[in-house]
Design a protein around this ligand. Structure first.
Ligand SMILES: C[S@@+](CC[C@H](N)C(=O)[O-])C[C@H]1O[C@@H](n2cnc3c(N)ncnc32)[C@H](O)[C@@H]1O
Length: 293
């Protein structure tokens, strides 16, 4: 790992040796999120079907499945039927934290669509937004495979995009573009990250959250998440949002994030350090107060 990233981890009390070990030595399995509410019965059903085909599958606390080996993913049981999709367990957290607010939820940075499918699986109305046209197409293909073609996906800039017709929005997920420094188990190049575009990313994240806050009414829920290890994109952003925007923290509780109880911090944010079965991740939940940006 480069010294820049090592220093950044060290300064916030992270375990550099452990992160390096996980990034270089651990062989991640393939993790599957099963369609539908994240209860263990739908996950168990899929696991049993996979095991009947001789696959090595384990269910994890929280409902994700861990698959080892198994050949071509497209040949796995349930792929054609759209019963599941590939998603790291950490990546399921933002949607667990969003829960089911009573009304429309916007996923402001939605490609390739894992969290959008998870939200739609709850049976709540959801809309996805994505900046890049080719990635919008990918989201639509993914939605089609899992039988969720009805979900609206828009090509647009989440910094300014608003729902047509002034429909009331109850929740916005900002799963923000970031340094991806938490994903080194699968993308070893992040170990060489030196912050070249960090300032730009931090500004983009802020503008996305500003728009998200402007989109919901009083009491609306905003979930902000990154797969970054950096304070600049996580805790420092939270401090900034609380200072500059009409929001308060809506602390995440341990019982909302099965399997990640150890990652809930005193202030109600969720900080996941990379480990055997988890990418590095960060989630914070806010509630809109009066006023607007
Ligand atoms: C971390 S990924 C989102 C992953 C997604 N939520 C999922 O679960 O599959 C961030 C996405 O934001 C998109 N993005 C970047 N800038 C954006 C913007 N200004 N408005 C909307 N989307 C943007 C990127 O193209 C990328 O697809």
């Amino acid at each position: 790992m480069g010294t820049w990233l090592r220093d950044k981890i060290e300064v916030q009390g992270g375990d550099v040796m452990e992160v390096s070990r996980v990034y270089t030595l651990s062989i991640p399995g393939v993790y599957v999120t099963v369609k539908g509410p994240q209860d263990s019965s739908s996950s168990s059903d899929v696991m049993m079907k996979m095991r009947e085909r001789g696959m090595n599958v384990q269910i994890m606390k929280g409902g994700s499945l861990k698959v080892k080996g198994g050949g071509r993913i497209k040949d796995w049981v349930g792929y054609d039927e759209g019963e599941w999709w590939i998603q790291d367990p950490s990546s399921t957290l933002p949607v667990l934290c969003m829960g089911t607010p009573p009304g429309l939820v916007v996923d402001l940075c939605c490609a390739p669509g894992g969290k959008l499918m998870q939200l739609s699986g709850y049976g709540i109305p959801v809309v996805g937004v994505e900046l890049k046209g080719n990635r919008v197409r990918r989201v639509k293909e993914n939605l089609k495979r899992v039988g969720m073609e009805h979900v609206d996906v828009h090509e647009g800039d989440g910094r300014v995009w608003r729902v047509e017709g002034g429909k009331e929005v109850k929740g916005v997920l900002v799963d923000a573009p970031c340094s991806s420094t938490g994903t080194g188990r699968r993308n070893s190049d992040v170990m060489c990250y030196e912050g070249g575009d960090l300032e730009e990313l931090v500004e983009l994240q802020k503008e996305l959250v500003e728009n998200a806050v402007g989109m919901v009414g009083e009491g609306g829920r905003i979930v902000y998440s990154t797969c970054s290890l950096l304070r600049e994109e996580n805790e420092e952003q939270v401090e900034r949002f609380l200072k500059e925007l009409p929001v308060v923290m809506d602390p995440v509780r341990e019982d909302e994030v099965a399997g990640f109880e150890d990652c809930v911090k005193e202030d109600g944010t969720v900080r996941v350090w990379p480990g055997e079965d988890r990418d590095g991740f960060f989630v914070a939940r806010f509630r809109k107060t009066q006023g607007g940006p």
